[in-house]
Design a binder for this molecule. Structure first.
Ligand SMILES: [Zn+2]
Length: 327
């Protein structure tokens, strides 16, 4: 089965070896890039983003989830290669004590790329996207930023799972301040949360679940177990989960175990095999995009056709497609 590209929502999870870069092409042809991977002198991650979707003319919306160097390092190079129109972030801090080495250099490149012009996203903000009359609506909403979340809508609608929560000490790092986003296309629901951690995840689904059950979940924070609170995972209960991990980064055994135990999960994908853990701590080999750490670079792609009844997941260019029903 090969889906025709027109009228598809397309999502590429680009392999940036333990960073994150998610390229979304809307059915109307608008491009959204969430994070851009690492800075390297050879502009590796910018090239991988462009190679994922040949013919990409510009980035219409570029969102930095937070200021860790695996998330916005390549935007300087990318903006020298193609136009990047609108920048969004959580606000630029004066300094980043946890990364004094990289922050001054990278933020200077970010300011240059954005021309000092970026929009600060707050929970609840919608990013205006082009729509086609009579077609399913495509929406992109910020649901968390700066450790704050979209407000509770129905106080009488409580989530029973919240009682089982085991809170962790407050995370003061920039991870907790990540922008988290919800993407909807008709009935298709996708969540990508940058590197948000345990207590922010709890706040999104307690006392009531504002995220709802998902079709697709980009596993928070590369799959580290300081994120991926089981209360959150069981509340969003995704059909497909994708780890943007590296061979030696993320994809913690506990998170793999918790995802495998979810009632609704049908497939778990990883960009890399975690070579530091056992086979049982990884997903099945057919769902690993880059099983050999010496041969990285393959993306995972998700396509959602216009009827939004199902979505298909592909590994790399021309790989076999696996379809999954939307909820
Ligand atoms: Zn990260």
């Amino acid at each position: 089965m090969v889906l025709v590209e027109m009228c598809l929502l397309q999502i590429y999870f680009v392999d940036t070896l333990g960073g994150a870069a998610t390229l979304i092409i809307t059915p109307q042809g608008e491009s959204i890039l969430v994070d851009s991977g690492w800075y390297t002198e050879d502009a590796r991650d910018a090239k991988l983003i462009l190679a994922a979707h040949p013919g990409l003319q510009q980035i219409d919306h570029y969102i930095t989830t937070h200021w860790h160097c695996d998330h916005y390092g390549a935007i300087g190079h990318l903006s020298e290669m193609i136009p990047v129109k609108q920048f969004y972030d959580r606000g630029i801090p004066l300094s980043l004590p946890e990364d004094e080495k990289n922050f001054p250099f990278l933020i200077e490149r970010y300011r240059k790329a954005s021309g000092g012009n970026s929009r600060e996203l707050r929970p609840g903000d919608l990013i205006g996207l082009r729509q086609s009359p009579g077609k399913p609506k495509v929406e992109l909403q910020c649901v968390a930023a700066n450790a704050r979340v979209i407000p509770s809508l129905a106080y009488d609608c409580t989530n029973d799972l919240c009682k089982t929560n085991q809170p962790k000490p407050k995370d003061e790092s920039d991870n907790a301040k990540s922008i988290a986003l919800r993407v909807s296309y008709g009935s298709f629901q996708f969540f990508l949360g940058g590197d948000i951690t345990w207590n922010v995840e709890y706040d999104l689904v307690c006392p009531d679940n504002r995220i709802g059950e998902l079709d697709l979940y980009m596993v928070d924070h590369h799959g580290f177990d300081v994120s991926n609170n089981p209360v959150f995972l069981n509340s969003i209960n995704p059909t497909v989960a994708i780890f943007c991990n590296g061979p030696h980064k993320g994809c913690s055994p506990q998170v793999v175990k918790d995802l495998k135990a979810l009632p609704g999960i049908q497939a778990i994908y990883q960009l890399h095999r975690n070579v530091d853990t056992t086979e049982a701590d990884n997903t099945s080999v057919e769902y690993i995009a880059n099983p050999d750490p010496e041969q990285p670079g393959k993306y995972i792609k998700v396509s959602v056709p216009e009827d939004t009844k199902f979505f298909a997941v592909t590994i790399g260019e021309g790989g076999p497609q696996k379809p999954f029903a939307c909820k």
